[in-house]
Design a protein around this ligand. Structure first.
Ligand code: AMP
Ligand code: GLY
Length: 422
């Protein structure tokens, strides 16, 4: 059928969604703004400013776009959904007001508190003195979190006085997070395995898409700095129907009902970052979008139409939508540029991508230069492995790496290992 879809963003998450849609018969043309070298192979990339809404609207009208999908959170926080809705365009994502679930960690915590959604104890602080008082109450370990958007890097866990003083300098002296840390959520540090749940929702209707586990630290055994995510797998063996019913009744449904009560019903993908404490789920964070790299494993597992799912969500027909996943497991390993998540090398040529046959690789920070693929971002590629068991999926994702390389490429060698240990 003749449906045209526009995806906004340029990461592996967006390539994975483009790939999924490109295999669906209802979708005719896929456009990406700005996209990456991977999306350019299966969709039409367009370079337009993502903040120039009038130009974007012109593009949408000219290309008869039926559905816009927003990848990253900053666009949602800017109010892009409100703009297109006001022009009667179908766009998938939450309003600016509802996006505060991610763009203000303190707003999110206040919602959890008000509506009894399990969360760690926290204090909203502005001054050093307030942080100090919260620390004295909570003791070590303690979590300091920038209130605003900080590309997943605004969280510092302090185990002792020395780490705490260094963290205070990061927040107050170096101003590393800019205005994002005008307020700080000072939190009790809870302990347990983490699990991410991806939901497509509108008002009180929702479908759980899948659960996954991310690997946020740069190096093996969760060492090194926090990154956007170095690999993921889905589903996790931690998940079962008993846990699912707790997550639904204690977390997903109260959150959606809270947003209705607050006058900001939530529509779009909602990502629940949870920690299991003695088997009970607590909310670490909400993200108002799909995860990256988790989308790269959620899409290959999805055994129904993404286009239909998004339309059913927007039209509030999720109660009759038959959402299905394949059986088995999917793993993604992120191939990163030397230096990531700090300053990293760009411009190196990526070899092997043109020779891949049955291997699936999603691009993230890639561009085309003289018809060659080159590194243009910190997280460069995502190799994908699928298998009926997790071990097979892990082995396949790592096997794909033998076929691609670029200078000073690095990756974790333990993606999915935690899943095997559970
Ligand atoms: P976030 O960006 O909020 O997902 O935080 C990054 C990581 O910090 C999470 O994945 C957790 O591992 C950890 N974290 C954040 N908040 C807490 C908390 N209150 N207790 C324990 N760990 C936390
Ligand atoms: N992978 C973590 C995130 O997308 O925030």
């Amino acid at each position: 059928m003749n449906n045209n879809v526009l995806i906004l963003g340029s990461g592996g998450r967006e390539h994975a969604m483009v790939w999924k849609l490109s295999r669906e018969s209802k979708v005719k043309n896929i456009f990406c703004i700005p996209g990456n070298a991977g999306t350019s192979q299966i969709a039409t990339n367009k370079s337009l400013s993502l903040t120039d809404y009038d130009k974007l609207l012109e593009f949408v009208n000219k290309n008869n776009i039926n559905l816009i999908i927003v990848g990253p959170e900053n666009l949602l926080d800017d109010g892009i959904v409100d703009f297109f809705n006001s022009h009667n365009k179908k766009i998938f994502g939450p309003s600016k007001a509802a996006s505060r679930l991610e763009s203000s960690k303190i707003y999110a915590r206040d919602i959890m508190k008000k509506y009894n959604i399990p969360h760690p104890n926290y204090f909203s602080c502005i001054t050093r003195n307030e942080v100090q008082k919260a620390k004295e109450f909570l003791g070590f370990p303690i979590v300091l979190k920038a209130d605003g958007l900080a590309a997943g890097k605004g969280v510092i866990i302090c185990n002792n006085e020395n780490e705490y003083n260094k963290a205070l300098d990061v927040f107050f002296e170096n101003q590393s997070f800019g205005t994002a840390s005008d307020k700080i959520s000072v939190e009790e540090c809870i302990q347990g395995p983490e699990i991410s749940i991806f939901v497509s929702c509108n008002g009180s209707q929702y479908k759980i898409l899948n659960n996954a586990q991310d690997h946020k630290r740069a190096f093996n055994q969760d060492k090194g700095p926090n990154t956007g995510g170095m690999g993921a797998y889905a589903p996790t063996p931690l998940y079962n129907s008993k846990l699912e019913s707790k997550i639904k009744s204690k977390i997903i449904e109260p959150t959606l009902n809270a947003m209705i009560s607050e006058g900001h019903p939530y529509c779009g993908f909602l990502y629940f970052g949870l920690m299991l404490v003695n088997g009970d789920p607590y909310v670490i964070e909400y993200n108002v979008r799909m995860g990256d790299p988790e989308t790269q494993v959620v899409m290959p597992m999805m055994d129904c139409s993404l286009y239909d799912l998004l339309n059913a969500t927007l039209e509030k027909k999720l109660d009759t939508f038959n959402y299905k996943n394949k059986s088995g497991f999917c793993v993604t390993v992120v191939l990163a540029a030397n230096g990531y998540p700090l300053k990293y090398e760009t411009g190196n040529i990526i070899n092997g991508l043109d020779k891949l046959k049955n291997d699936l690789v999603f691009h993230a920070g890639t561009a085309l230069s003289d018809k060659k693929f080159i590194v243009s971002g910190g997280r460069v590629l995502n190799t994908i492995g699928y298998g009926s068991d997790l071990k097979t999926a892990i082995n396949k994702a790592y096997k794909v790496i033998n076929n691609v390389d670029f200078k000073n490429m690095f990756f974790r060698t333990d993606i999915g290992k935690k899943g095997l240990d559970y």
